[in-house]
Design a protein around this ligand. Structure first.
Ligand code: GUN
Length: 330
């Protein structure tokens, strides 16, 4: 089979429209699991140094209301990761029929507890509880999810804040993979308040304020973006970040050769033949990896980074709270 210059594909296999037979290689797979492991190793060291200076371990409390199986797995994984880096972690299991008032009182106790540095209320909550009210009740200083509206507002104003873990994980993946964002065209597919919106914010900021500037030109697409427009925007993008939960939304004919594709989507599907379930992202990975320059897999891409960034936020919260408590002589 003939190869195209130093392209890794045969001509017959080349899927790039109008390929000029220049230099095309298979996409680099961004291994989120490996990068997250490196970060966790660094954080373990950071926690050890913190303890050596005479501080107590950072403490993370997860609040799990009810027993949604997916939520239980997520919380268990987060708590395992916390223990692994030396963060003390506690899961508070509360009954699904707890009232909003009782949950607010419980959160207030955690807010006032000087042994707690980070509070995470696992979402979704039962329908009778207003998630916004609960997220806003978590002290901004302990809000390791970055979901309190004040932290969201601070992020939008490029001010120091605890930043939601998935957007922070995406930013860290881009940084550690040396993906240039300055002046690049980025498309974010999905505008959820906890993922798409904050990712867009991080990508466009100019770095003259508190947050790390990424200086990209950002287009946000969503469920009402017509498919032909979605394709047009994606095809121009140097970076595509998709977080919709729609499997196979991003196909190989929608991406620019060499683009960086970050897949935040995660959907469990059942194989109609075997009946087995598996996790898939928003991107047609097998075909897109033939054209992209970089691509994240699902699972093993953004997911592990979200957990690592939760640890990062907990350590950050612990350090800032220590300073605050010292200033207040607590
Ligand atoms: N449910 C799904 N993702 C998240 C998350 O990042 N934080 C919390 N608290 N709940 C979630």
């Amino acid at each position: 089979m003939t190869k195209i210059n130093d392209c890794e594909r045969s001509e017959a296999d080349c899927k790039i429209e109008n390929c000029s037979k220049k230099i095309r290689k298979m996409a680099k797979i961004i291994d989120g699991k490996k990068i997250a492991e490196e970060i966790r190793k660094e954080m373990k060291e950071e926690v050890n140094q913190w303890i050596e200076k005479g501080n107590r371990r950072p403490q993370l409390t997860a609040v799990l209301v009810g027993s949604d199986p997916a939520s239980c797995v997520y919380v268990r994984n987060k708590m395992r990761a916390a223990a692994d880096v030396g963060i003390d972690s506690i899961t508070k299991n509360l009954p699904s029929d707890i009232t909003e008032k009782q949950l607010l009182e419980f959160i207030e106790e955690l807010n006032n507890d000087n042994n707690v540095d980070g509070i995470l209320v696992q979402l979704p909550l039962p329908e009778h509880i207003n998630e916004r009210t609960i997220c806003n009740a978590v002290s901004c200083d302990k809000d390791v999810d970055g979901f309190n509206e004040k932290n969201v507002g601070r992020l939008c104003l490029d001010m120091n804040a605890l930043i939601p873990c998935t957007p922070l994980g995406v930013q860290e993946l881009l940084k550690r993979s040396n993906i240039e964002t300055f002046g690049k065209k980025a498309v974010v597919v999905g505008r959820s308040k906890n993922v798409g919106m904050p990712i867009s914010m991080l990508l466009h900021v100019d770095g003259r304020n508190d947050t790390d500037g990424m200086d990209a030109t950002v287009t946000i697409c969503h469920r009402f973006t017509p498919p032909e427009d979605l394709k047009m925007y994606c095809k121009q993008a140097d970076i595509i970040i998709t977080a919709t939960g729609v499997p196979n939304l991003i196909k190989s004919d929608m991406i620019k050769p060499g683009a960086c594709i970050i897949d935040v989507g995660i959907t469990r599907i059942t194989c109609p033949v075997t009946g087995k379930t598996k996790l898939v992202g928003d991107v047609d990975f097998e075909n897109c990896k033939e054209i992209a320059g970089w691509i994240t897999p699902v699972p093993g891409g953004v997911g592990p980074m979200t957990v690592a960034m939760l640890m990062h936020n907990t350590i950050l919260a612990a350090k800032k709270l220590k300073e605050k408590r010292n200033n207040m002589n607590i």
